[in-house]
Design a protein around this ligand. Sequence first.
Ligand code: FRU
Length: 485
Amino acid sequence: MEKFDKKAIDAKLAENLPFRHRWHNRFHLEMPFGLINDPNGLCFYDGEYHIFYQWNPYGCEHKNKCWAHVHTRDFVHYSTPELALWPDDVHDKDGCYSGCGFAAPEGVRVFYTCNAKDAQGVRTSSQRFGTLQADGHVKKEEFALPTNPAGYTAHFRDPFLFTRHGRRYFVIGAQADEDAPRGTVLIYGETDEGWELLGEPETRLGNFGYMWECPNLLQFGSYDVLAFCPQGLPAREFDRQNRYQSGYITGHLSLDGMAMLQHNKFCELDRGFDFYAPQVMEHEGRHILLGWMGMPDEDAQYPTREQGWQYSLTMPRELTLRQGHIYSRPARELQALRIQETTRQLAARQTKRLEADLFPGSEVLLNICLGKAQQVDLTLRFGLETTVLHYDRHTQVMRISREGMKLGARGVRQFHLYVDEVLSLQLFIDRTAVEAFFQHGEEVASFFIFPEKDIVPGLELTADQPMEEVSGQVWQLDVFRYGMH
Ligand code: FRU
């Protein structure tokens, strides 16, 4: 196994920032080398947000799973990324897998899955705490659980701590060991003797995939939200179109009855191609989500592999719950990225066409009062290459097509979007990462596009019939700054 030399790796990171390759994003967290995945350990401590994430510093394969770490006060200025946690003992030699973080009197603490395989490939998953030290490494400490419980396989990972009535619990991704393995989550409660298995919260989902990863248990007022990533659900016409899903159910968690009561249907958190394993932190009444922009088992499709790095995290999003549905908005701190001098206003009436030049990194706000228009296309154009957001008012379907791109994965994603008169869009178009928010956050879609040529994109809005009124703005966005405290 490669050696995880924190000093050498940190030095290499510092040398390779700011990013040089034109496919590197300007306002999405990513790494100059290696493969990143799930956000981990999100928490707020002493005036700063701490963001960890899965990272293989040695290549673009899913191995050598470490935790990288940055901290920020404002989601714009970040510390230089560092290696924080890496496999170095028998318990986690095959990966420091995902987990959560929390503020404690002794500082930032983390709680993660240690993954180990024996010579026969038999897996052991144990759950361990650690504490972030002044030198930036996480000191590994006590175990909460040495292994998986009876009746469940060793696919037992990604613990997420939560508190109810002053008692600590965690929810963890699990797989019931049945004839056909069944995905689920388990809940543990803290006692004076350690962590006690309380059970599987009962849901009305039935058999819902073979594994659930990365659960989060959140509270919005009097509602509980169980978010998780089920694997093994077949694609449907208007949802579940990615290889693996990421979504939630809303209801009331009964810890005594061990059930999610009166929950609604499973809704996806994002409708794009590249979104998985999100984590949410609650701070001062806000629910802040970061997701992994990527998808397990689709790695070959990303052309940045040839440059030795892969994937990003989403921008931070603020979640709100309204009538059982989670709305996602970009965190308001990101408004500080807007460069005011170059703002472009968009305004037109009774038009079938509107064009705007973008910047190498842009935010676009658009309000389209549809009028007679039934079919609307919003095209991101990079020379001859295009990515198109198509809205069909008749079927109320939004369709995102990367079919017009040359490099990287293509394909289509489509979902229902109910628009009465005004279609509202807020787009963040980074060098390769795009996040599109629809109807003020009712839906959001994250995806990558890899323009072949180094071309600043143009935006074209077209419709089959005149749109009554189009108004909006285009901002050039500044870059995330690293190395500041
Ligand atoms: C989700 C996941 C987690 C696991 C981690 C390993 O993407 O598979 O379940 O802890 O990635 O990197």
